[in-house]
Design a protein around this ligand. Structure first.
Ligand SMILES: *Cc1c(COP(=O)(O)O)cnc(C)c1O
Length: 388
């Protein structure tokens, strides 16, 4: 039986085809229409529910969940500062903007690190991680981005994790844009995500799922008072409270989002809807002549990068504006070699919305006088390099 379409956003509100903040459900927004005292038992119960639900979603034994105020980057910084000891050394696997940001964060924190830089979107592979670890015994931790949102590539974290633990080191994962839609089917020390990605909450905090033993061992590592996950964890376990003012309304919205996530069938259900969104989007855009940056094998169900058409009548700023008029906010690209744009598959969107977005793209191309959406030859050469 075909599922009924998800309800549309309120009149005049465009769909956000972006990787967060994203289109949230009415129930999630409605949950913010009251105030909570941060010390009060009702709010403490909400914090307990939030942590328990996230742990159930993560699965696995011996884990705990520590929420942290701020955007996702704050939680990445907290994870790096808390779990990497001051005399530790990190191998950063970078293939996009978020990998670069991790290396930059380690610069700020003064933690020794080396980077395997794969450029804009080539995947880091297990074998090269194993080789790097074998040649540098000082490396204690490896950091990888699960889905590198800047290209949409789904990195092969399971094979990387095997290489890391095979060499007796520890893995930290930025799963910001994947957690909740893709399973954590690999061994890790800590994984970080945030409220406004695949759980479909509103922005305001992130959270770290970590081995309890690693949390317990991390006392005194952190450079920062407010970003110390060990301290946040210890205080939360003792008092039920966040150490500093929690984003109460965001937490209330998030709990509603967690309930909706469960009702949708958890990680499997959410992941299936996003995968369907991607398939409908990619098929529709290809039928218009667009090409994806990535080969099928690396396409994530989170966000897809398309090459800009070679046709001189195409102009991204105009394409963006005309898509917005039609009710869709898209996302610019982040590649250095060829021009591109991105369309997100996450949020309160279903295949009906994706079909409407493709139709809007068709109308927009016609309005701009773009005869063909085919990319320039250089883009296809880039892609061939990726496939080889
Ligand atoms: C969204 C995102 C982040 C965090 O971004 P913020 O803007 O700080 O919320 C980090 N890593 C990845 C892979 C992301 O997609």
């Amino acid at each position: 039986m075909a599922k009924p379409p998800l309800p549309a956003p309120r009149m005049g509100e465009p769909y956000l085809l972006t990787p967060g903040p994203l289109t949230t459900s009415f129930k999630v927004k409605e949950a913010m229409l009251r105030d909570w005292g941060s010390w009060d038992g009702d709010f403490r119960a909400m914090t307990v529910e939030l942590r328990e639900r996230l742990l159930a979603m993560a699965g696995g034994e011996g884990l705990d969940c520590v929420p942290m105020q701020g955007s996702g980057t704050f939680s990445v910084e907290a994870m790096l500062g808390t779990f990497v000891p001051r005399d530790g050394k990190v191998l950063v696997l970078s293939n996009g903007a978020y990998g670069k940001r991790i290396a930059q964060t380690l610069d700020y924190l003064g933690r020794a690190h080396v980077v395997i830089d794969k450029g804009d979107y080539m995947p880091p592979r297990g074998a090269e991680v194993a080789a790097a670890l074998a040649s540098d015994p000082d490396i204690t931790h490896v950091v990888v981005v699960h889905c590198e949102t800047s290209s949409g590539i789904l990195n092969p974290v399971a094979e990387i994790s095997e290489a890391v633990y095979g060499a007796g080191r520890k893995l930290l994962v930025d799963s910001m844009s994947a957690f909740g839609a893709l399973p954590l089917d690999f061994r890790f020390e800590a994984v970080v995500s945030s409220a406004n990605k695949c759980i479909e909450g509103v922005p305001g905090f992130g959270f770290v799922i970590a081995q309890k033993a690693a949390l317990a061992a991390a006392e005194g590592n952190c450079h920062s008072l407010s970003l110390d996950l060990h301290a946040q964890w210890a205080v939360m376990n003792k008092t039920g409270q966040w150490r500093f003012t929690p984003p109460t309304h965001v937490v209330a919205a998030f709990i509603e989002a967690l309930r909706l996530h469960e009702a949708e069938g958890g990680v499997a259900g959410r992941g299936a809807r996003y995968a369907r969104n991607r398939d409908v989007l990619v098929d529709g855009m290809r039928a218009l002549g667009f090409e994806t940056l990535l080969d099928e094998r690396w396409l994530s169900p989170i966000i897809v990068t398309f090459f800009n058409p070679a046709d001189p009548a195409f102009d991204f700023a105009r394409f963006y504006d005309l898509m917005k008029v039609r009710g869709f906010i898209i996302y610019p690209g982040k590649l250095t070699v060829v021009d591109s744009f991105r369309i997100g598959c996450i949020g309160q969107l279903d295949e009906h919305v994706m079909r409407a977005a493709v139709e809007a793209a068709r109308e927009t191309l016609a309005a701009m006088g773009v005869a063909s959406a085919a990319p320039p030859a250089a883009a296809l050469e880039e892609r061939a390099r990726l496939a080889s």
